[in-house]
Design a protein around this ligand. Structure first.
Ligand code: DQQ
Length: 543
C-alpha cells in the first residue's frame, strides 16, 4: 500500500525503521544534544528492547548513531528499559536504567560512557561488577518497579537522590514513588517513606521530578532545592490509561515527601502534559541554554499490520520548553523549542478574517499543506458573547459532538490535513460556553473522527479546558507534519497531539481551512500566519 509512505514525517524525530517508544536519558553533553530511546532493532512492534541513540546540535536535525545498549546481560536480557542521565559536578555522566532480568524482575542498572571524551558518547559500559544496583523493595510486585529519574544533589549531605515509580496493589492500586539516596551511584539506600502515593492511579511509569521557577522564565538544574521561588513538578505516565499527568507542588526533602499545591490536581488525577496521543515523557535541564526541555513519545493509532507494512512505528514530538505559567499560577506552559522556527521557509499572513456562523473558509497557501507551523488568534464578536446564556453544564471534548456539534459560541478553529472536499480533515478548535455560574469557560479540542478514510485507525476526540484570563485573546499554535498534529493553546497551557492517517488529504491535495460551527456568533481570525516547514536532516550513521 503506497499510501503508507505519506505517513513518514519530515521534521519529527524518527529512527530510519522499526519500533521506537519512550525517550531515554536526554542530555546536553560537550556541545551535543543526546537522545536515547526504547528501540526494537528487528521489528516495527514492541519487543527486544535496546537503547537507540541519536545526536543533534539543535534538537531538530539529527545524526543517527549505533545502538547504545543491548539486552546482553542476565540483568537486562529481557529488555534495556527506560532510564535517565545524571551529570555529576565533576563532569562525569552516569546513566541509570531499568533492566528486565532473565526472570523478568525489574532492577535498576548503572552504565557510563566508555570514552567520556567522545562528545558523541557512542560506546557504553554497563557496570557488571555492581549491577543490578537496585532491586525491588519488599512488599511490591517485582514487575512494578521501573524507570529511574535523573538524580538530584543535596550538597549538605553529600547525597544524590532519585525516584522510581511503582504501584501498591494492596492499597487500591495506588501509584507510588520510591526515593533512593546514593553517594557513588553504586550503593543505594531506600529513603524511608514515599515521595507520593495516589490511590487508584495504578503503576507510575516514567516518573519525572524536577524544580520549576515560579517567577522567572528560566529552567532550573534538577538539583536546585525548593525555596520561595521554586516548586517541584511531578509527572507520571499512567499505565492504566496511557496518558501523562503532572502536578505542581512542594518538595520537603527532610521528610521525603512532595505535596501538590492543589489536592484536587494531584499527580495522576489532574492536569495532563498533553491531552492527545502522548506518553512516557521526560524532561532534562539544558545547561547550554538554561532551559528545561521535555521529550514525549507519540505512538501509532493505526493497526499493527499497517505498522509492519510500513516498517516503522512511533515518533517523538518536537521537544518542548517547560515553564511555569506565572499568569494562572496553576499550570505549566509547554512550547516547541525555538530551534524548530529555523525550519520555517515561507509564510503567509492573514488578518481579520470574518467567519460567519456555520461557515468554512479555505486558506490559500501555495502547494502542499503537509508541513506547517500555524499561529492563529480568534475573537468572538461581543454581542454574541453577551447574549450567550446556556444551560451548558457538561461540555466534554470527547463526547459532545466534536467539530460537528453546534452551539452558541463554537466550535471554531482550523481544519488541517483536509482535502478540498473535506472528505478528510482533522479539526483543531475552541469551544466557548457560559457556565451556570455566568462565567465563560473555554475548551480546546482535536477531532480526529474524519481524519482518515482508512478503516484500521483508532480515531478520537481529545481535549480539555484551557484557562483564558480577562483581556486575553484566544490563541493557538499548530505543527502539522504529515501524520502528526501538535497543538498548543494559550501559549502552551493545554496541548494536544494527534496521529492521523489521511488517504486523500496527502501531498499536494492537503489543504487548510478555517471553520466556525457556532450557531450565532461571528468569529474573527484576527491574525493568522502559516509557515511552510522544511524537512529536518536525519542523517544515517556511517563512519
Ligand atoms: N516503556 C518501557 C518501560 C516503561 C514503559 C519499556 C513506558 O521502562 O515503563 O519499553 O512506556
Amino acid at each position: 500500500n503506497n499510501m503508507l509512505a505519506f505517513q513518514r514525517t519530515a521534521f519529527h524525530f524518527q529512527p530510519q525503521k522499526n519500533w521506537m517508544n519512550d525517550p531515554n536519558g536526554p542530555l546536553f553533553y560537550k556541545g551535543w544534544y543526546h537522545l536515547f530511546y526504547q528501540y526494537n532493532p528487528d521489528n516495527a512492534i514492541w519487543g527486544n528492547i535496546t537503547w537507540g541513540h541519536a545526536v543533534s546540535k539543535d534538537l531538530i536535525n539529527w545524526l543517527h548513531l549505533p545502538i547504545a545498549m543491548e539486552p546482553d546481560r542476565w540483568y537486562d536480557i529481557n529488555g534495556v528499559w527506560s532510564g535517565s542521565a545524571t551529570l555529576l559536578h565533576d563532569g562525569r555522566l552516569v546513566m541509570l536504567y531499568t533492566g528486565s532480568t532473565h526472570t523478568s524482575v525489574q532492577v535498576q542498572n548503572l552504565a557510563h560512557p566508555a570514552d567520556p571524551t567522545d562528545p558523541l558518547l557512542i560506546h557504553w559500559v554497563k557496570s557488571d561488577a555492581h549491577n543490578p544496583v537496585i532491586v525491588p523493595p519488599k512488599g511490591i510486585n517485582f514487575k512494578d518497579f521501573r524507570d529511574p529519574t535523573t538524580a538530584w544533589y543535596n550538597s549538605e549531605l553529600g547525597l544524590w537522590y532519585l525516584a522510581i515509580g511503582s504501584k501498591n496493589d494492596s492499597a487500591d492500586h495506588a501509584g507510588t514513588a520510591f526515593v533512593y539516596s546514593t553517594r557513588d551511584f553504586v550503593h543505594y539506600e531506600l529513603v524511608p517513606g514515599l515521595l507520593r502515593f495516589v490511590v487508584g492511579t495504578g503503576m507510575w511509569e516514567c516518573l519525572d521530578f524536577y524544580p520549576i521557577h515560579i517567577e522567572e522564565a528560566v529552567g532550573l538544574d534538577t538539583s536546585v532545592r525548593p525555596g520561595k521561588s521554586v516548586r517541584h513538578v511531578m509527572k507520571v505516565s499512567l499505565d492504566n490509561d496511557k496518558h501523562d499527568y503532572y502536578a505542581i507542588g512542594r518538595y520537603f526533602q527532610e521528610n521525603n515527601s512532595w505535596v501538590p499545591d492543589d489536592p484536587e490536581l494531584d499527580v495522576g488525577i489532574g492536569l495532563r502534559v498533553d491531552y492527545g496521543k502522548y506518553y512516557a515523557s521526560k524532561t532534562f535541564y539544558d545547561q547550554d541554554k538554561g532551559r528545561r526541555v521535555l521529550w514525549g513519545w507519540t505512538g501509532e493509532t493505526d493497526s499493527e499490520r499497517a505498522d509492519l507494512l510500513k516498517g516503522w512505528a512511533s515518533i517523538q514530538t518536537i521537544p518542548r520548553t517547560v515553564l511555569f505559567d506565572t499568569k494562572t499560577g496553576k499550570n505549566l506552559l509547554l512550547w516547541p523549542v525555538e530551534e524548530v522556527n529555523s525550519l520555517r521557509f515561507s509564510s503567509k499572513n492573514f488578518s481579520s478574517l470574518q467567519l460567519t456562523a456555520g461557515s468554512v473558509k479555505p486558506l490559500q497557501i501555495a502547494g502542499a499543506a503537509t508541513q506547517l507551523d500555524i499561529t492563529a488568534e480568534f475573537e468572538i464578536d461581543g454581542s454574541s458573547l453577551e447574549a450567550a446564556i446556556e444551560a451548558d453544564v457538561g461540555y466534554n471534548c470527547s463526547t459532545s459532538g466534536g467539530a460537528a456539534g453546534r452551539s452558541a459560541l463554537g466550535p471554531f478553529g482550523l481544519l488541517v490535513l483536509a482535502d478540498s472536499d473535506r472528505t478528510e480533515q482533522t479539526a483543531v478548535y475552541f469551544y466557548v460556553a457560559r457556565g451556570t455560574d455566568g462565567l465563560l469557560k473555554t475548551y480546546f479540542c482535536h477531532d480526529e473522527l474524519r481524519s482518515s478514510k482508512a478503516n484500521d485507525i483508532v480515531k478520537r476526540i481529545y481535549g480539555s479546558t484551557v484557562p483564558v484570563l480577562d483581556g486575553e485573546i484566544l490563541s493557538v499554535r499548530i505543527l502539522v507534519d504529515h501524520s502528526i498534529v501538535e497543538s498548543f493553546a494559550q501559549g502552551g497551557r493545554t496541548c494536544i497531539t494527534s496521529r492521523v492517517y489521511p488517504t486523500a488529504a496527502i501531498d499536494g491535495a492537503a489543504k487548510l481551512f478555517l471553520f466556525n460551527n457556532a450557531t450565532d456568533a461571528t468569529i474573527t481570525a484576527k491574525s493568522l500566519t502559516v509557515w511552510k516547514m522544511g524537512p529536518a536532516l536525519m542523517r544515517p550513521f556511517d563512519m
